[in-house]
Design a protein around this ligand. Sequence first.
Ligand code: IMP
Ligand code: MG
Length: 175
Amino acid sequence: MNEKITIMIDEDTVDARIKEIAEQISRDYAKKEVRLICILKGSVFYTTELAKRLTIPTTMDFMKVSSYGSGTVSSGQIEIKKDLDDSIEGLDVIVVEDIVDSGHTLSQLIPELKKRNPRSLAVTTLLDKPSRREVDVHVDYTGFEIEDKFVVGYGLDYNQSYRDLPFIGVVELED
Ligand code: IMP
Ligand code: MG
């Protein structure tokens, strides 16, 4: 089977929205410093593009959790595959996600991070598929709400491919 990618959200639109979110976060966290937690690997592009546009002091740390295998269906559980390098105790933390789908990843990750006593904990996601939600999760800054399509690009993959696309695309399988 071959995949065909069609553009859902073009590069300029994604970049403009990230700039707006960065401005909002910079206002909300004025005079503070934020620790961005990038959830590997999907959030790498969003994290760096967001960080570049924040006008407040920013540090970054990286965490890898498993939620999906090679398929497109959530396993419903997460496992920490790579933990943060540093403590987040007393810090203003923003978790950066690529996409919230069922909500299972964040609903398990957030309590885990709260146990580590950050001063505050917020969540941003580039994409949200609200129609797919199985568990409630609170997201503070959402880039785009999208319909229930499997998307790639801007860090998001299909079997590890297409992360490098500079836009959000929809994968269609054709034989
Ligand atoms: P959740 O736990 O179901 O909310 O899934 C979150 C994770 O699933 C995201 O961080 C992505 O890694 C992955 N995911 C969900 N939907 C998509 C998609 O449309 N394309 C690529 N990855 C996705
Ligand atoms: Mg992810």
